[in-house]
Design a protein around this ligand. Structure first.
Ligand SMILES: C[S@@+](CC[C@H](N)C(=O)[O-])C[C@H]1O[C@@H](n2cnc3c(N)ncnc32)[C@H](O)[C@@H]1O
Length: 207
């Protein structure tokens, strides 16, 4: 019961705050404007990407997230923009969208939190058109052993506090192992961010 109350009343605001730092918003601006056509945003959260979409290139946005509370916050954010979002309150393990119907899948700071990652990436692949792309920006395993050690130590507790977020996932390998080709991969520690949570990977992936 305490866990449920935490997830309903505390976690959404915590995620909204932690994901709105200046360096993270700077990252959003590197990937979100690349989205075009019919877009599926996986783990839309509180809608922090909405201001960064180039709306003139977008036909439709589906915003998927298992958290009703976060979707409510995203809807409030969307109301400030001339954009209509179809919310799908569900995990990426089951995407209620027709196969081969999506042009861009946008994923920011969400692959860290999906529990059934293999299944979800298979589902993401199913809804993508053959020439669709995934525009992604994620945090994950750092290249320095010292940092990695701390990521592995802290991860169990971190994951409990931050709604299942894992700070030690190898994002490029996870995407490649699921059969995606990665283009333009970039990576770095975000400035003004603790190293254990601040190693970012971003780029484009295709089938
Ligand atoms: C750290 S937040 C990031 C939110 C948003 N993508 C952003 O960039 O601000 C992680 C998000 O993943 C969502 N999430 C957790 N499990 C998920 C799943 N199985 N499928 C899709 N999204 C999931 C959470 O509800 C949360 O909104």
């Amino acid at each position: 019961m305490i866990k449920k109350a935490y997830e309903k009343y505390v976690l959404p605001k915590l995620l909204d705050t932690c994901c709105s730092t200046k360096p993270i918003n700077y990252q959003r601006n590197k990937v979100v404007p690349n989205a075009s056509g019919t877009v599926l945003e996986i783990g839309i959260g509180s809608g922090l990407n909405i201001p960064y979409y180039n709306l003139s290139n977008i036909n439709k946005i589906y915003g998927l997230d298992p958290s009703e509370e976060l979707c409510d916050l995203a809807l409030k954010n969307a109301n400030h923009y001339d954009v209509e979002i179809d919310f799908l309150i569900n995990g990426a393990e089951e995407i209620k969208i027709k196969s081969k119907s999506i042009d861009t899948v946008l994923i920011t700071y969400t692959l860290c939190s999906i529990s059934e990652l293999k299944e979800s990436l298979k589902e993401i692949k199913r809804v993508m058109k053959s020439d669709a792309t995934i525009e992604f920006c994620e945090h994950g395993i750092a290249p320095d052993l010292k940092v990695t050690k701390w990521q592995n130590r802290v991860n169990p507790l971190w994951s409990k506090i931050f709604g299942g977020c894992n700070i030690n996932r190898d994002i490029p390998n996870i995407l490649s192992d699921s059969g995606f080709k990665i283009h333009n991969l970039e990576q770095m520690y975000l400035p003004s961010t603790p190293k254990i949570v601040g190693y970012n990977y971003w780029g484009t992936a295709s089938i």
